[in-house]
Design a protein around this ligand. Sequence first.
Ligand SMILES: Nc1ncnc2c1ncn2[C@@H]1O[C@H](COP(=O)(O)OP(=O)(O)OP(=O)(O)O)[C@@H](O)[C@H]1O
Ligand SMILES: [Mg+2]
Length: 205
Amino acid sequence: MTTTISFIDTKGGTGKTTATMYFAAVLHNRGFTCTVVDADPQGSATYWRDRADDNGNSLPFEVRSANIRDLQRGDWPTDYVLIDTPPGHGDILNAARDASDLVVVPTTPAELDVERTWATLDVMGSAPVVVLLGNVDRRSTLYRDAVEAFTDTESADDVVLLSEHIPYRTAIKRGPGTLPISFFGYDKAVDEVLGLIAALTQEEA
Ligand SMILES: Nc1ncnc2c1ncn2[C@@H]1O[C@H](COP(=O)(O)OP(=O)(O)OP(=O)(O)O)[C@@H](O)[C@H]1O
Ligand SMILES: [Mg+2]
């Protein structure tokens, strides 16, 4: 059985591609087969793969481009499918959401990113969604404000914020072209996401 996870945010630069590649790296590290589906016309995940090929360190999982029809068909027979999406392109985001067992919305504590997270959650409707906070500096008030916004406000009532927050790291910024081997908390985020998917599957059964 294939489990599909999409990484979606209507705003650019919030960490979608990074989270997609780290999730794939974590799952590969645990012995699972993975496909990264690059549904972003910018092709950032594909660029990551090509850089790895050029460096002579090809990624140990496939990265494949996909259009809306490919997403609807969803024919990637690996244990996990991780879908990277563009910022905007509502039709692609909807197709990715509909193809997924769970949607991860990567965001950062930056005010504009938090602002757009709410809009993204609206677009996701009743699909199972979690927010992944990344690029964080735990000492900053911006970070504390973001956590509060997603946990302690009225708007946060229906929001699931993963308890693992990914720190800002230069090593993460240098990621494209490499297979991540240090996970900076993405491994714990994967645990949380898989736990939620398992709980959803049990509810359905
Ligand atoms: N935890 C982190 N620490 C440092 N840099 C990070 C971190 N997470 C992401 N970045 C950097 O932030 C930038 C944006 O990340 P990324 O490309 O993953 O976002 P995106 O949402 O996929 O962007 P786009 O909407 O353009 O596709 C990249 O330069 C990436 O390396
Ligand atoms: Mg991207």
